[in-house]
Design a protein around this ligand. Structure first.
Ligand SMILES: Cc1ncc(COP(=O)(O)O)c(C=O)c1O
Length: 454
């Protein structure tokens, strides 16, 4: 077989690729995992595209609420997973999905009561001007569609994203996901700016971020692309979780709108109540998106995603190509999504995110008071970012301590992830049905892990 040539390496900034964080690395850990037949089969089957969590990957067999059970019987507390957001295998969601699957499941080119009931309920969560909702099966597809609509609607091509953004895996969307790049550079029509953090912009985060957007628009104009859209994950999860002060996006969005561009709020991470004080992350900033994309928690594990969009933008796009997605908006997707909305309402999960989120922050603050390596605690509701740095100064460029702590936490039966430019941030994102006793379990495990990684 002909050997593929290796393209020249042109490093993008020094952003750590998102899929490398807390990943199994066959080069480093294969020996330690010798005899793990399942791992060998996985590696053989999926090849270079296999991405697994942990230096020693875990085989999972069951889950319920905030807990996952491994094949050796160990129960792990899930503090990472934003997908089963109302709780793993929630009985109401599972039975809505199974009942509908047993009755009828077809594509969306037939009329179906449950589908329209779901879309009505979903739409009611958005501002009135976002009159149309179009479902897809993944956040990547949703963002792909959003970008194409924005480029058609504005007649411009340029897109502004944040430095460590991840917006998905299609060709169009990989182009605007700096944290997906292992080598190479962003295409000419994409410009990135640092996420709205104090470290990047000082005390005036809103003003600094808006200034960076002004400069990015000028670059896109010089390059002849114009500005089609600013797209941000409205809680900046892969950038390291930046949520406060509320309202810091307002100035930047106004700048984009004045320049004729659109604002796309990517709600794949903060959507469906995770921040506790609002159903959508953009509502915390009092901004008016032209398009909202959503996904992950939408089906609590069933592959559902979509966009909410101004109807005139969608109409212009559909003059050219139209849009159809075989599996999206099926009766099973609608029944599942409806059950998720019911559970969020009936179990007061936004209020729980606020209450448990506050309790969690207090626990983290207590640890920070005794361990100076916790250099910052950020976030809203049940989406927190905690920076760890060996010398206590924010912005540690190695991420080594976070990697060690994540693996120590696993030994103490807690699953947690990393984020940030260098992987220096612990990403804390448990299901919204979290209980205070589970927060206590987490804090105790983090305290022990930090001591062990001294
Ligand atoms: C902010 C954001 N947008 C979009 C996506 C892509 O979603 P999906 O993996 O469902 O395609 C992700 C996935 O992690 C994400 O974090």
């Amino acid at each position: 077989m002909r050997k593929m040539p290796t393209p020249p390496t042109i490093p993008t900034a020094t952003v750590r690729p998102i899929l490398d964080m807390n990943a199994y690395d066959g080069q480093v850990s294969a020996k330690a995992n010798q005899g793990n037949d399942l791992l060998m089969r996985r590696t053989r089957n999926v090849g270079a595209a296999s991405v697994l969590f942990y230096r020693d990957p875990i085989e999972m067999v069951a889950a319920s609420g905030c807990w996952m059970t491994a094949s050796d019987g160990t129960n792990y507390l899930d503090f990472y997973n934003n997908v089963p957001s109302v709780g793993h295998c929630h009985p109401k969601v599972v039975s809505a999905m199974a009942d509908q699957a047993a009755r009828l499941n077809i594509n969306s080119r037939y009329l179906h009561q449950t589908t329209e009931t779901y879309l009505d309920r979903l739409k009611a969560t958005f501002p009135d001007h976002l009159e149309n909702v179009v479902l897809t099966c993944s956040g990547s597809e949703a963002n792909d569609l959003a970008l194409r609509i924005a480029q058609r609607g504005t007649g411009a091509r340029g897109i502004i994203v944040t430095e460590c953004a991840y917006h998905g895996n299609t060709a169009t969307v990989t182009d605007i996901s700096p944290s997906a790049f292992k080598r190479g550079e962003l295409p000419d029509h994409v410009v990135c700016v640092p996420a709205p953090s104090k470290l990047a912009y000082g005390d005036d985060v809103a003003g600094g971020f808006a200034d960076a957007i002004v400069k990015a628009i000028a670059v896109l104009s010089d390059r002849g692309h114009g500005i089609a859209a600013l797209i941000v994950d409205s809680i900046f999860s892969s950038d390291g979780v930046f949520s406060n002060p509320r309202g810091f996006l307002r100035l930047a969005v106004a700048v984009v709108h004045r320049a004729g561009g659109l604002f796309i709020a990517d709600e794949v991470q903060p959507g469906f109540g995770r921040a506790g004080d609002a159903f959508w992350g953009f509502l915390r900033h009092d901004v008016t998106p032209d398009i909202v994309s959503m996904g992950k928690p939408m089906g609590n594990g069933f592959p559902m995603a979509g966009i909410a969009v101004r109807p005139e933008l969608l109409a212009a796009f559909c003059e050219d190509v139209g849009y159809f997605n075989t599996f999206a908006a099926s009766p099973v997707a609608a029944a599942t999504g409806l059950a998720v909305l019911d559970v969020i309402r009936d179990e007061n999960l936004l209020a729980n995110a606020m209450i448990c989120g506050k309790y969690l922050r207090e626990g983290l603050q207590h640890l920070a008071d005794i361990d100076g390596r916790i250099s910052d605690i950020r976030g809203a509701g049940l989406f927190l970012g905690v920076d760890l740095s060996p010398n206590g100064a924010p912005g540690d460029a190695s991420g080594q301590l976070v990697g060690d702590v994540i693996n120590a936490m696993r030994r103490h039966r807690v699953l947690i992830g990393a984020a940030g430019k260098y992987g220096q941030t612990l990403k804390i994102r448990p299901p919204l049905c979290l209980r205070q006793s589970e927060v206590d379990f987490f804090i105790e495990a983090l305290g022990k892990s930090l001591r062990e990684c001294g």
